[in-house]
Ligand binder design. Structure first.
Ligand SMILES: C[S@@+](CC[C@H](N)C(=O)[O-])C[C@H]1O[C@@H](n2cnc3c(N)ncnc32)[C@H](O)[C@@H]1O
Length: 390
């Protein structure tokens, strides 16, 4: 294996780019600032900063709102397809990984100046393979399913950036959700929505459609400061030639993971017994799991606030609105107005008719994506409309 300087001692000026879902750039930036990174630059579905390899490891573990953490390898002017091959060939790839390791090239092509959107990746791949050949080494193999090394290409009309994706599998694969239903919310989206909602981490949090418990788990992780990726073991940076196991072990072993209580009440319910069992199973892996109550009930059976101070939820959303769904959203509106009055309630759904059926005016309305599904995230503030007597 090539001998590289230890990462923590070198390369203090890495350009690190954290990718996120559309609409969550500002939320990610705020998260990074809270983690102590002050020079964050907003991009398109991304936030960039300058840092070290130690920061790269730390961010993979601690960022809840990023999908992946990229480290820039080279940036080049793009005039013709030849520039792609030349830029790739100029990288000393054998310093980054070993020829016995599999790799893949992925990324985003935002230009029409290429014969097809797949071709730029092929040219980067050719440059990588030719680099190894020119250095009298075996050529590394491509593996699109389980690559050890993930190379990222970003290309627009003027320039290209080749980076290494240090996360590998997207960071929403947290490793804690072993049981899910048919429509679980993406974990990174869940964490980003909780942050976007402005929940103060002290108000009693409730999810009346909790499904497999993703929002409850992400809320508890945020409230306790336990990294969302504490259960994840896969990180592509571990496959890089310069991986410094001591630096990583230090970060990982010092991360908080055990709590003896929760700073606030977090609980939820779901109509499906099966989903409640799944949520409990997912919660069981965490030290805070035993403090989170999940019960099996239709939200309409909840007839008083019972200390609930904040609701964030993801009701059922079918692409095609069924009559019973319309009724469910109607009842949800009535429940919010009469049972949960004055409890700030945030709802994420892709169901426009559903929102209409709620029959209340949202005080905030934000367009977001849950994976590929375009959704709206709305806040409702309901007040007691009964006249004051006396
Ligand atoms: C979109 S899923 C929620 C997914 C959840 N956020 C997760 O990550 O797994 C909607 C959930 O609402 C539940 N549900 C449907 N009707 C309900 C009702 N009347 N009361 C409570 N839960 C209900 C379903 O069982 C389903 O688990």
């Amino acid at each position: 294996m090539p001998t590289n300087p230890k990462p923590a001692e070198s390369h203090n000026n890495l350009t690190i780019t954290l990718k996120c879902f559309f609409g969550f750039e500002q939320v990610l930036k705020e998260e990074l600032e809270e983690l102590g990174f002050t020079d964050c630059r907003l991009g398109n579905r991304a936030v960039s900063l300058t840092g070290t390899w130690k920061d790269v490891y730390f961010l993979n573990l601690y960022s809840r709102c990023a999908i992946s953490v990229l480290v820039e390898i080279t940036r080049f002017a793009f005039r013709s397809e030849q520039d792609l091959y030349d830029a790739s060939l100029s990288v000393k790839w054998s310093n980054w990984f070993h020829e016995s390791q599999t790799f893949v090239v992925r990324g985003a092509i935002q230009t029409q100046k290429v014969r097809n959107t797949h071709y730029p990746f092929l040219l980067i791949k050719d440059g990588i393979v030719d680099h190894f050949r020119e250095n009298n080494k075996e050529r590394p193999s491509i593996d699109t399913k389980h690559p050890k090394i993930v190379i990222d290409l970003y290309l627009n009309d003027k320039e290209g950036v080749i980076s290494v994706n240090t996360s590998g599998l997207p960071l929403f694969q947290r490793g804690y959700r072993t049981s899910t239903g048919i429509a679980p919310i993406n974990e990174v989206v869940a964490a980003s929505l909780i942050r976007l909602s402005g929940w103060d981490r002290k108000q009693a949090f409730y999810d009346p459609f909790c499904g497999s418990g993703t929002l409850l788990i992400e809320a508890a992780l945020l409230a306790t400061g336990i990294p969302s990726n504490i259960e994840r073991t896969h990180y592509a940076f571990k496959n890089l030639a310069n991986f410094d196991a001591d630096v990583w072990d230090n970060i990982y072993e010092n991360a908080p993971r055990v709590v003896r209580s929760l700073p606030c009440s977090i609980s939820g319910s779901d109509i499906s017994d099966e989903m409640v069992i799944k949520a409990r199973r997912n919660l069981r892996g965490f030290s805070f799991g035993r403090f989170i109550e999940v019960s099996s009930k239709d939200f309409r059976e909840i007839t008083d606030k019972n200390g609930i101070e904040f609701i964030l939820t993801n009701p059922p959303y079918d692409e095609r609105m069924q009559l019973e769904d319309e009724e469910l959203y109607q009842h949800l509106g009535t429940w919010m107005k009469h049972t949960m009055q004055e409890v700030p309630t945030w709802i994420i759904s892709s169901n426009k008719e559903g929102f209409h059926a709620i029959g209340l005016k949202p005080s905030k309305k934000i367009e977001v994506f849950n994976g590929d599904i375009k959704c709206s995230f709305r806040r409702y503030d309901t007040y007691d409309s009964k006249p004051n007597v006396g």
